[in-house]
Design a binder for this molecule. Structure first.
Ligand code: GUN
Ligand code: FE
Length: 422
């Protein structure tokens, strides 16, 4: 279906500060791109297929900027430890299983199936150190219609023997092969993924910086997540003035395609400036930050400072792939930040949450996350009549109720790049 018109109750952000709501309007899509929203079907679109979603909400897709496919199987368990112990006791043991391609295929099929049937239209994903298993994940994602960036999770120090890359030359060669092999996909892209500074030596980081330059591939990683992690990073890299510099010094920041840093809870002002100057995308992962007892990220500082922010489910630090949950948690956590940490902080609202869900995360993937003319059409059709009430609500109130009360049972249809995948 190349050309179609969608009828429904349409809501999207024109930009960060401007929301558009159209009751009973028509959204025109051609060759995967939004053409505009109109009160009736214009003559030039008369021949387009009409999809009637009257009384349903039509909103942009959601973008998961940080999720570990390889931790999917134990989601909802193992919330008993803080980050470093949690990695050693839970994450690494599970990730080791992906040496088996059979396990990887079974597990990643389940992960991709849930992703496809949920609200996420595009995602930035961590796999494991295993190339064959990671390519299997990429195959499955490509078939699903979801757009994704997938990272081989690199670790060459402070990791158990069974999950440590032993030879940097071999590692960089494997990375290069995986970047080149990924060219066969249309919607699935490689992303350079040093797990985090404690897992990667300077030599490896330097090699990754060079690879990045050579192939213009973007980067994702973790930063400033947990107090004991910060102390450890200082011990490991005493010559760096902060955590951010452990990445930026090797050219892992900046470039044409901006990278994603998950968490950003404890960044100081100088680090925030570096994030801004390098147009980094902050992946805010509120549920993970609670579950692994990491802290509360001061997201308003990033939003109000012109830094890109999207949401991350961070499964399995987060228990759920559902970004609508992450959105409400982000608002709620910001209120706790205001109450307990800093009464000068701004509390986030529904508009901030909708921004992070759509345009904020979408921009990582290009012109997507809005229905502005010329944007790629990623969309969700939501039946919010499943949240009964005796009251009449405006479109904005319906969006608010969806953010607080919505779940995947309300998803009627889903479009990615103009293709209907549900
Ligand atoms: N830091 C390094 N690895 C991880 C991980 O797997 N999850 C989270 N939440 N933080 C990390
Ligand atoms: Fe993570």
């Amino acid at each position: 279906m190349k050309e179609f018109v969608i009828k429904g109750d349409i809501i999207y952000l024109e930009n960060k500060n401007e929301i558009k709501t159209y009751k009973n309007h028509y959204l025109v899509v051609k060759d995967g791109y939004c053409q505009g929203v109109f009160p009736h079907i214009l003559e030039e679109y008369k021949d387009y297929v009409e999809l009637d979603y009257s009384n349903k909400l039509v909103i942009p897709g959601f973008f998961d900027l940080h999720v570990h496919a390889s931790q999917y199987q134990y989601r909802g368990t193992s919330m008993d430890l803080e980050l470093i112990d949690w990695l050693n006791k839970h994450a690494f043991i599970e990730e080791a299983k992906y040496e088996s391609i059979e396990y990887a295929e079974k597990s990643y099929s389940m992960f991709v199936d849930e992703l496809k049937n949920g609200f996420t239209t595009r995602a930035a994903i961590f796999a494991t150190i295993h190339k064959d298993a990671t390519m299997k994940l990429m195959d499955l994602l490509e078939k699903s219609g979801i757009v994704s960036y997938v990272g081989l999770v690199l670790m060459n120090r402070n990791s158990p023997d069974y999950l440590r890359l032993k030879d940097d030359k071999d590692t960089l060669k494997m990375m290069e092969e995986y970047i080149l092999e990924s060219k066969k996909y249309q919607n699935t892209f490689p992303i350079i993924t040093p797990r985090f500074t404690p897992s990667c030596t300077k030599e490896l980081m330097k090699g990754l910086g060079e690879l990045r330059k050579k192939y213009n591939v973007t980067v994702q990683s973790h930063i400033d997540e947990n107090p004991s992690e910060l102390i450890w990073v200082k011990e490991l890299e005493p010559e760096c003035k902060n955590y951010t510099e452990t990445y930026s010094r090797f050219g892992l920041y900046g470039g044409d395609h901006h990278c994603i840093m998950a968490h950003c809870i404890y960044n100081n002002d100088e680090e925030i400036e570096t994030l801004k100057n390098n147009k980094i995308f902050v992946a805010h992962c509120p549920e993970s930050n609670m579950n692994v007892t990491s802290g509360i990220a001061p997201i308003y500082k990033y939003l109000d400072n012109g830094i890109n922010v999207g949401l991350g489910s961070d499964v399995a630090g987060g228990s759920s792939l559902s970004l609508i949950r992450a959105a409400r948690q982000a608002i709620q956590l910001s209120k706790m930040y205001y109450r307990y940490v800093d009464q000068n902080a701004r509390q986030l609202n529904v508009m901030d949450a909708f921004y992070m869900l759509t345009l904020g995360g979408g921009e990582f993937f290009g012109k997507v996350g809005s229905f502005n003319k010329g944007y790629e059409f990623d969309a969700l059709v939501i039946d919010d009549s499943k949240i009964p009430s005796l009251l009449d609500f405006s479109l904005l109130e319906r969006l608010e109720r969806f953010i607080y009360l919505g779940d995947e049972s309300m998803l009627v249809s889903k479009f990615v790049k103009g293709e209907k995948i549900i």
